[in-house]
Design a binder for this molecule. Structure first.
Ligand code: ZN
Length: 443
């Protein structure tokens, strides 16, 4: 590989001029559309029902005519044969080489079929991420996650090998054993959810090991928005003495975005492999201008087993109004995924994104990493209870901390909170996806 001096995994695609990138995207969109129409019974039925066929898409602008898919449809369609994926499948069942499923945090899990070609594509997409985050063949990379039916960091593992790193799979080890192994082997990088990265640091400290002394240089976070929340990112970087980068992907979509070493406030969309459109939540218009929040509609151009075309992900994102100094022409989403259309909820008539609460809490060095937000309804009035932990040594400043926290939360979210202090280490810890926001109102 002639990549030694390049900062790009693919110097041509990552710096392609915008108009050429658009042309490539259009060509690839048409290709996957035709593939799905011709090979997936679901897609043929779906597009025919809407009176469309691939030939109707003649310009880039026509893409928005293609009806969107969503998770509900994925669940519905998997009740049909072939078992267990349903007829969205666009390859013979015998070509499927790996089963994955979504975590099911928002309902019935979606079963995901990938072919070997799809799996190579996953690893290629992840190679862009890791290379942009400084992973090289001199890195020894630790993977502290349960290798199982969830895609999690599986593709990160394969991509790290593809990039040339040495990979240490830390599958069934417990957190203490993982820390000792990372220390023993002098690992230089690892990948985990931000919650688990912070949890590992706590465990290391309890074992008498300062995480900074392990020698980790870079950490790739995914699965939760933490590494795009400046206060959380800063906390992780200071705790581990390492650079922290975010990546966003999804089982049913693929690995579509990444932060690079230039550390701008956003994530590049891998536009050579994905088309990201942002749709105005109220009007349904496609938003091209930076700065306006909308929901993401995404297409994976090269996923053939179970194609993902104009998938309504319910993620709220916005285009950045700045460019990244790295020189990549891939557009940037500002601040990562801001929330989910379903999570951004009205409390006391005010729109509340749970990430805003996290930003405030993680900016207090006196507070523990864990917290919980519980919204309830008493009569007609919404009530927000915030459970926090105060770190040992700061308990005597409790009143001052609570007063400042209330102030800052009011400034950031326009809402008042009831506070509950819990003993340090007593709130639930999560290894996979944290569930810190609980809406107990009956909508
Ligand atoms: Zn960049």
């Amino acid at each position: 590989m002639a990549k030694a001096n390049s900062i790009y995994w693919n110097p041509i695609l990552e710096t392609l001029p915008r108009e050429k990138l658009r042309a490539l995207q259009f060509k690839k969109f048409r290709r996957i559309l035709e593939w799905a129409y011709n090979n997936s019974p679901f897609y043929k039925r779906f597009y025919r029902h809407h009176g469309l066929e691939p030939g109707d898409i003649k310009t880039f602008d026509d893409i928005k005519k293609i009806p969107k898919t969503d998770k509900g449809m994925l669940r519905e369609v998997q009740k049909r044969p072939p078992f267990p994926y349903g007829d969205m499948l666009a390859v013979p069942l015998k070509d499927v080489t790996i089963f994955r499923q979504t975590s099911g945090t928002t309902g019935t899990p979606v079963y995901q079929a990938d072919t070997w070609q799809d799996w190579e594509w996953w690893a290629e997409c992840w190679s862009y991420i890791l290379y942009a985050q400084g992973y090289r063949d001199t890195d020894r990379v630790f993977l502290p996650f349960g290798y199982n039916i969830f895609v999690a960091f599986w593709a990160g593992h394969y991509a790290a090998e593809k990039v040339g790193c040495e990979v240490v799979p830390g599958g069934v080890l417990d957190t203490e054993a993982r820390i000792l192994k990372m220390q023993e082997l002098k690992c230089t990088a690892f990948m985990a959810t931000p919650t688990y990265v912070l949890g590992m640091a706590d465990t290391a400290k309890k074992m008498g090991i300062d995480p900074k002394t392990i020698g980790i240089k870079r950490i790739t976070c995914a699965g939760e928005p933490g590494a795009s929340i400046p206060a959380t990112k800063k906390r992780i970087e200071e705790t581990w003495g390492a650079k922290v980068y975010d990546h966003i992907g999804a089982t049913e979509i693929g690995a579509w975005s990444y932060m690079c070493t230039f550390q701008s406030r956003g994530l590049h969309v891998n536009e050579a492999f994905f088309l990201v459109e942002i749709e105005d939540i109220d009007t349904g218009e496609i938003i091209e201008k930076p700065g306006k929040n909308g929901k993401m509609v995404i297409t994976a151009f090269d996923r053939i087993g179970k194609p993902c075309i104009r998938f309504d992900s319910k993620d709220v994102i916005r285009w950045a109004d700045y460019k990244c100094e790295c020189g990549r022409t891939f557009r940037i989403i500002d601040g990562g995924v801001i929330g989910r259309v379903d999570d951004i909820t009205k409390v006391k008539g005010v729109l509340l994104a749970p990430t805003a609460i996290e930003e405030v809490i993680r900016s207090f060095k006196e507070l523990g990493d864990e917290y919980e937000v519980i919204v309830t309804k008493k009569g007609d009035i919404d009530d927000i209870l915030l459970k926090i932990e105060i770190r040992p040594g700061f308990e005597q400043n409790k009143d001052d901390i609570l007063a400042r926290l209330k102030d800052q939360l009011r400034v950031k979210t326009n809402l008042g909170y009831k506070m509950e202090i819990h003993p340090f280490g007593s709130l639930p810890r999560y290894e996979v996806k944290a569930k810190r926001f609980k809406d107990l109102r009956n909508h």
